[in-house]
Ligand binder design. Structure first.
Ligand code: FES
Ligand code: FES
Length: 153
């Protein structure tokens, strides 16, 4: 039986009606039309579905929506404020950190969590923070460079 839920997404309270076993990714994409969060493996292995929960990266394909009530959910859409992109978004675009773009929202959110905790990370720290996010296009060098560039700025 469906259940009413109140989620806080990108700073706004959103009400949805969904099954109690609905995963957060499905509620974000299907009920709230926040399709920047990507679905790939569905098993916690690729990081494409990464969102922030109270500032920490989580796999939304493994997170029950109902359990996120009362916590702050941030999706890639929430990083653009008043039309201004997060420096990470700009750096990924400028530095070639985006190719097909499928991994990019998850990469950027994992990187945002890192920079919020450690504004000037080393390359090793960047690589560790992104280790749960897979990219099949870039070879990672441009992604790491993008994060370090954003940190400099
Ligand atoms: S879709 Fe969630 S980790 Fe791959
Ligand atoms: S840019 Fe294509 S998967 Fe990363």
């Amino acid at each position: 039986m469906n259940q009413r839920m109140k989620l806080t997404v990108n700073g706004k309270d959103r009400r949805v009606t969904a099954r109690p076993d609905a995963y957060l990714i499905d509620v974000l994409r299907d009920d709230l039309a926040l399709t920047g969060t990507k679905y790939a493996c569905g098993m916690g292995e690729c990081g494409a579905c990464t969102v922030l929960l109270d500032g920490e990266p989580v796999f939304s394909c493994l997170t029950l929506a109902i359990e996120t009530q009362g916590r702050a959910i941030t999706t890639i859409e929430g990083l653009t404020r008043d039309g201004v992109q997060d420096p990470l978004q700009q750096a990924f675009a400028d530095r070639g950190g985006v190719q097909c773009g499928f991994c990019t929202p998850g990469m950027i959110l994992s990187a945002r969590a890192l920079l919020d905790e450690q504004p000037h990370p080393t390359e090793a720290e960047v690589r560790r923070a992104l280790s749960g996010n897979l990219c099949r296009c870039t070879g990672y060098a441009k992604i790491v460079e993008s994060v370090l560039t954003a940190a400099e700025e």
